[in-house]
Design a protein around this ligand. Structure first.
Ligand SMILES: Cc1cc2nc3c(=O)[nH]c(=O)nc-3n(C[C@H](O)[C@H](O)[C@H](O)COP(=O)(O)OP(=O)(O)OC[C@H]3O[C@@H](n4cnc5c(N)ncnc54)[C@H](O)[C@@H]3O)c2cc1C
Length: 452
């Protein structure tokens, strides 16, 4: 699929434009409920669909720039989101940049690194000591985390409407450009630009013709919570030994202490394993936990939540990231890091980038100028992550081979130098400029590798 070229006669994106005569909401008309009619005529400079980490970050930055931004979220906070709840130093940096309170008394569980267990070895690695990223990570349940971020965006001036499920775009007949969205509740909201931050399934992207790419990696993971004495663990723990019979599976099991009496425990696998579609993840989780020491408490009696699963869209699995007035951020644009399954930092970073591009675009005097700026969004994403994600695709192919996975865990985990290198590579944690030999090597290889 190619990136969108600016259409001739690109319409004016002047803030809060009215309905054009050629505008339509494809194939759906529902009566609005009386209480909703009051807000049915709403318009904004930008509509953001979804208030996960990506959407709230877009909302925060746009509102901070003085733009009128409307964030539409189908659920109401607090709400559950299936996740490991782990934040690496990359995500901590993104939170700090937004001024989210992340001090000791602010309700976060802090950790100092990663404990990796596999191939008969066990190693504790502190997060790298860098000027570009903080030397610690955080954990917080998404029920709480997503609400906190949405409220932070609201405080900055974003209008966040909860319980509003977007069910399609409003299109301009003449240009095919998005000019707003309709909702399940029968409302219609208008804006010259729309950000799809509606997660992995991204119904909005699909209704604009953007489907998932089959040539990109996809993960599936399940998680639950157990009451455990390990809830204040100072390290995120990753287990590389996930077996299906005699095959070592491409993925890992995790135990993340929540600091509230429970641990978030889960397993995630990549679609490069042969039996990917056939694996029963709940059974895999239970089999893995059955081998744990009893005193850790990972038993059915101590389970506090159902086992729930979801997909992790990786390595830009939906493109282009800008088309016809719509930008994709976070999981909607398949931004999860294929090396480690981390998605929150990338949702927030792409959200910030989308907001900065939009702010610059809307400050331009002509429609053609604005369009030219918007077209830089996919290019900027590729510059930031393209080469690294291409390497990630090679990595997931390799670890999909049980013999490679077995060799890597057997010979890697016991070697601290190899593991420190691996941690920087998998976590995408290098100095942005300069740094040590490993940083320079990883940055150079990522830059030299073509983005695709
Ligand atoms: C089991 C599991 C474990 C994971 N563990 C980690 C981890 O430990 N650390 C990490 O960094 N990442 C982890 N991830 C990945 C991470 O959860 C995602 O990458 C991240 O949530 C992406 O954020 P987002 O804002 O793009 O999307 P989401 O968090 O999915 O948010 C999308 C939002 O859009 C809303 N929405 C959807 N459709 C509509 C609609 N039609 N109208 C209005 N609103 C809509 C949803 O309700 C939701 O609030 C994990 C994922 C899984 C599945």
């Amino acid at each position: 699929m190619t990136e969108q070229v600016p259409p001739a006669g690109t319409p004016d994106l002047a803030p809060k434009q009215g309905t054009s005569s050629g505008e339509h909401a494809p194939a759906r008309v529902q009566p609005a409920l009386p209480s909703e009619r009051a807000r049915a005529a709403e318009s904004a400079d930008v509509i953001v669909v979804g208030a996960g980490p990506a959407g709230s970050t877009v909302g925060y930055y746009l509102a901070s720039s003085g733009l009128d931004v409307l964030v539409l979220e189908k659920t109401s906070f607090p709400r559950e989101k299936v996740c490991g709840d782990g934040l690496t130093p990359r995500a901590v940096k993104a939170l700090a940049a937004m001024g989210v309170p992340i001090g000791y008394g602010d309700g976060w569980q802090r950790h100092k690194g990663l404990r990796i267990i596999g191939g008969g070895g066990r190693i504790e690695l502190d997060w790298p000591d860098l000027s570009s990223y903080p030397g610690y990570g955080l954990v917080r349940a998404r029920t709480d985390f997503d609400q906190l971020l949405a409220r932070h965006a609201q405080k900055a001036g974003a209008k966040v409407l909860e319980g509003v499920a977007v069910d399609g775009p409003v299109l301009d007949d003449r240009t095919g450009r998005i000019t707003g969205v309709t909702t399940k509740q029968g409302e219609r909201f208008r804006a010259p630009l729309v950000v799809a931050a509606d997660g992995n399934s991204s119904r909005l992207s699909v209704s604009m013709g953007l489907h998932k790419r089959e040539d990109r990696p996809l993960g599936v993971a399940v998680r639950t919570y157990y009451t455990s004495p390990r809830h204040k663990d100072e390290y995120l723990e990753a287990w590389l030994d996930l077996w299906d019979g005699s095959s070592l599976l491409p993925g890992y099991g995790w135990i993340f202490g929540m600091g509230d009496g429970t641990s978030n425990v889960g397993v995630g696998l990549l679609n490069t394993s042969t039996g990917f579609g056939d694996i029963d993840y709940r059974v895999l989780l239970k089999k893995w936990l059955a081998g744990m020491p009893a005193e850790w408490g990972f038993t059915e009696e101590n389970r506090t939540q159902p086992i729930r699963g979801a997909a992790l869209p990786m390595g830009f699995n939906r493109t282009p990231h800008y088309t016809n007035g719509m930008l994709l951020a976070g999981d909607a644009g398949g931004m999860v890091n294929p090396f480690n399954g981390e998605g929150i930092a990338y949702a927030m970073e792409s959200g910030e980038l989308a907001a900065r591009v939009i702010t610059q675009a809307l400050a331009r005097p002509t429609a053609a100028d604005r369009e030219r700026v918007l077209q830089t969004y996919p290019k900027q994403l590729k510059d930031a992550y393209g080469g690294y994600y291409t390497l990630g695709r090679v990595f997931v192919e390799l670890i999909g081979k049980p013999s490679f996975m077995k060799f890597a865990t057997k010979h890697g985990v016991k070697r601290p130098a190899v593991m420190r290198f691996t941690m920087k590579l998998l976590g995408n944690l290098t100095e942005t400029r300069g740094g040590d030999a490993v940083d320079r090597l990883l940055n150079a290889v990522s830059k030299m590798t073509p983005a695709a």
